[in-house]
Ligand binder design. Structure first.
Ligand code: NOJ
Length: 533
């Protein structure tokens, strides 16, 4: 087993590189289109590496770029050991890895172990084979219930809407078994009780790690193990990713930890590679199990992302996220946004107030110990976009019978320059999702160099977090502060004050390093945060 090389800052070892890293999530199809087909690609990421370097990111996380029919924007993988031509093929990924490393930026990828695409050769073979065959054993096929197996094997629902089971037609032309898919019907769940499934994942991990990839964000990391007998759900809960899944037979089953131990065994053969789990589990003790020393290095704790803009709620989220990590001496990780949730300015109320709050939350997040993740466009203050029905691409829209609009609103391409859509994102005006006219003021070009812009604020905040030792403490201490505010000191020395109330508040006597809004008569206005040393 190889130990992670400690990352040295300010003359002291503070742990492996990822333990204090700022990860930047690139949603490749929405970042930058280098070949004019209306879809972002990996050469587009290379073209914008200077931008990422100037922003000060330590690592990028690429959403899935493996070969895929794109039923769920790449989370339906047909060949896990190749890159889709849409993104430029494997050559483009190699070029990106090399260029990013030369710029001092690590590259992490998405890994999708819970399911494959229905176009994966394994699933095609399973469809062609008969019930009980080895080919079917790689997935979760079951006979139906009721007369002639007419009803699904249990009452599970898909996260995207509708039943979690689809019935297949057997070789004799008759309706036959059902297969499980927690997401789209084109994303059949793998059977992790079958050792072939891990063997193949191990091949995939080694394939990319040997090519120089620095780690993986592991999709649905709380989902691979299914409970014996596949018992019914007692309560059919809201079919959304943010649903509280602590008590749901589809997720967080004990067997998942053996799977993570197996996966970790592979990572441990590679110096410095990081495994980051997508874990929608809220109970601290249960969450902590995923980041035990022999499982994942990091796991997204989504409590902060779920918190309202309310000091009590935010403090509760921070305290619990820290407590969960500390239970097993793991590194905390923080995020406010990703491609599955509403963008923060919209979530926090929209308009100027929503943006002010988003910036304030950014200061709170960046002051905390551990790793942080920001989502492309967050640094520009992008809000959700109201897309017309005909523009929607997320499978959630169809599967929910047009009752849920899905996640496209937060996946709209990044506006780079110019005065009209697609704002330099692509040479084509036919982009995969349309950019709104009113983003003319939000482009990188408009914000670059403007001292009052959101981008300038992010660059400064990230630079301070990178350069100053006051951010490096492993713990925080809560400080007394008025109602509707919170204040904490990072044990490195940084003080962060956040005002979620209606009145401006006095700040401690220290030097103000940065504030998310201009101070008014020396006071911190509502919807703002400040850093002091
Ligand atoms: C979580 C991913 O973040 C989401 O975008 C995807 O749809 C599901 N997992 C299924 O892979």
């Amino acid at each position: 087993m190889t130990e992670n090389t400690p990352w040295s800052r300010f003359g002291g070892d503070i742990g492996p590189w990822w333990s204090h890293a700022l990860f930047y999530q690139v949603y490749p199809r929405s970042f930058y289109d280098s070949n004019g087909d209306g879809l972002g690609d990996l050469d587009g990421v290379i073209a914008k590496l200077d931008y990422l370097e100037a922003l000060g990111v330590d690592a990028i996380w690429l959403n899935p770029v493996m070969v895929s029919p794109m039923a769920d924007n790449g989370y339906d993988v047909a060949d896990p050991r190749d890159v889709d031509p849409m993104f430029g093929g494997i050559g483009a990924l190699d070029r990106l890895t090399e260029a990013a490393h030369a710029a001092g930026i690590k590259v992490t990828m998405d890994l999708v172990p819970n399911h494959t695409s229905s176009a994966h050769p394994w699933f095609q073979a399973a469809l062609a084979a008969s019930p009980g065959s080895d080919q079917r054993e790689r997935y979760i096929f079951r006979d139906g219930t009721g007369p002639g197996g007419l009803h699904p094997p249990n009452n599970w629902v898909s996260i995207f809407g509708g039943p979690a089971w689809t019935r297949v037609v057997e070789a004799d032309g008759n309706p036959g078994q059902w297969y499980l898919h927690l997401f789209d019907a084109e994303q059949p769940d793998l059977n992790w009780d079958n050792p072939e499934v891990f063997d193949d994942l191990e091949k995939t991990l080694r394939f990319w790690l040997e090519r120089g990839i620095d780690g993986f964000r592991i999709d649905v990391a709380h989902g691979m193990a299914k409970p014996p007998g596949l018992p019914d759900m007692e309560h059919i809960k809201a079919e959304v990713l943010l649903a509280d899944m602590d008590d749901d037979p589809r997720f967080n089953n004990d067997g998942v930890h053996d799977i993570h131990r197996q996966i970790r065994g592979v990572f441990d053969d590679y110096d410095n590679a990081v495994a980051i789990g997508e874990v929608w589990v809220y109970d601290n003790e249960q969450f902590s199990q995923y980041v035990r020393a022999d499982e994942l290095h990091l796991a997204f704790n989504f409590r902060l992302l779920r918190a309202e803009f309310d000091a009590t709620d935010i403090r509760h989220a921070i305290e619990n996220s820290l407590a969960a990590a500390h239970l097993v001496d793991a590194t905390p990780s923080w995020t406010l946004a990703n491609h599955d949730v509403d963008r923060e300015p919209t979530r926090y109320g929209g308009g100027a107030v929503g943006l002010d709050r988003a910036k304030a939350m950014t200061l709170a997040m960046l002051a905390l110990p551990g790793a942080v993740f920001i989502y492309n466009g967050e640094e520009l203050g992008l809000p959700n976009v109201d897309l017309p029905d005909e523009a929607l691409r997320d499978p959630v829209w169809e599967r929910s019978g047009h009752t849920r609009r899905g996640r496209d609103a937060s996946r709209v391409p990044v506006p780079w320059e110019g005065d009209a859509p697609p704002f330099g994102f692509s040479d084509s005006s036919d982009t995969w999702l349309p950019l709104p006219e009113d983003w003319a003021t939000l482009t990188v070009e408009k914000q670059d160099g403007d001292p009052a812009s959101t981008l300038t604020f992010y660059r400064r905040a990230i630079e301070l977090r990178r350069d100053r030792a006051e951010f490096d403490g492993p713990t925080i201490e809560w400080l007394d502060s008025p109602a509707d505010t919170l204040a904490f000191r990072n044990s490195g020395g940084l003080v962060c004050v956040l005002n979620t109330g209606a009145d401006a508040i006095a700040l401690p006597d220290d030097e103000v390093l940065l504030s998310s809004a201009e101070l008014v008569g020396g006071k911190l206005p509502p919807n703002a945060a400040a850093w002091l040393v």
